[in-house]
Design a protein around this ligand. Structure first.
Ligand code: GYE
Length: 324
């Protein structure tokens, strides 16, 4: 055989392996059926955002008469991987996965792919170097977290005349919103030389953890003039910490945040929180619509992006009632 012949045999074998194993083939799509059994793997249920998301998936399935297999990993990535494996064993038709962290959930995505079950990433991403939309899973449905961080930074810049000493409460370590919300905010601050993050620590997207971390960081940095929290729950914890330290949230310290949950929007209406960049949790219908589109042979985009607004003193009052 000549070199060229050898190379073409090699290319054929490589192509065959890629298209017949979980490694290189296209992501599975939904098989057309009358009705479906849908798995939804929630990562935890510790805040109103998660509860609103679960509710939206439940309603979307109920409305269409689909059976729902629901699991709650209770904050454990290992349990979440096991939850996905059990859904695969139960023969679900499709999986909606809200992955707690980027890397530990990669095996879950690949297991669904190997089983030929279409999977949609809902609200958070998995590690993009190891898993790709269209190749390993159908699509990612959720917000632009980098942009959320950027918008929070710009709002704070305007509110403080571009001068702030900032404490940052990070979300869950290793989760895509925590990584991206930090990046978007920190990158944007490069334009504002008098705005500095003096401390960053994870409050795990939880109210009480946020309060504890804010308490410690406020003691270490009593000169802080702003708190940037990666979600409203931690921002509300930080407001409690400020009050316990005898400081006025909204006056002595400006609090900026992300999500737009009811208590957060109320805190804005009360003048305690400055802004919450919206992050929409109501993703259930979008998830099912993407799966159905795939069953009709339609091309599903790699990212179905949420169109998020922003709550501040100009619109908080009228939005409290409809917030979750
Ligand atoms: O902001 C937070 C939740 O992954 C986008 O996770 C979501 C975030 C949301 O626990 O409140």
């Amino acid at each position: 055989m000549t070199i060229t012949q050898r190379l073409s045999v090699l290319a054929f074998v490589a192509g065959f392996i890629c298209s017949h194993t979980a490694f290189g083939a296209d992501a599975p799509v939904l098989k057309p059926k009358q009705t479906y059994k849908i798995g939804f793997s929630q990562c935890e249920s510790n805040n109103p955002w998660r509860i609103a998301e679960t509710e939206s998936v439940k309603q979307a399935c109920a409305k269409r008469g689909y059976q729902l297999v629901y699991t709650d990993a209770a904050g454990s990535a290992a349990k979440q991987v096991a939850d996905i494996n059990s859904m695969i064993a139960q023969g679900v038709d499709a999986i909606l996965l809200a992955p707690r962290e980027e890397k530990p959930l990669v095996p879950a995505v690949m297991a669904a792919k190997k089983a030929g079950i279409p999977l949609v990433l809902l609200d958070r991403r998995t590690d993009e170097t190891a898993t790709k939309p269209g190749r390993d899973y159908l699509t990612f449905i959720g917000s632009d977290f980098v942009d959320e961080g950027k918008r929070a930074a710009d709002w704070l810049a305007k509110a403080t005349n571009q001068k702030a000493t900032i404490i940052e409460l990070l979300g869950t370590t290793g989760s895509s919103p925590a990584n991206d919300r930090h990046k978007g905010f920190a990158d944007e601050l490069k334009q504002y030389p008098n705005m500095k993050i003096v401390a960053s620590q994870s409050g795990d997207f939880a109210r009480d953890k946020g309060r504890q971390v804010a308490e410690t960081l406020l003691q270490a940095h009593p000169d802080a003039t702003a708190i940037y929290a990666h979600n409203d729950e931690m921002a509300l914890g930080a407001i409690a910490a400020l009050e316990a330290a005898g400081k006025k949230a909204g006056k002595d310290v400006t609090v900026v945040s992300i999500d737009g949950e009811k208590d957060g929007v109320q805190a804005i209406a009360d003048g305690k929180m400055g802004v919450s960049v919206e992050c929409n949790p109501r993703l259930g219908d979008k998830g099912l619509d993407a799966l159905l589109a795939s069953s009709k042979g339609e091309k599903v985009p790699d990212w179905i992006k949420s169109d998020d607004h922003l709550f501040d003193s100009s619109n908080a009052k009228e939005n409290v009632a409809t917030a979750y």
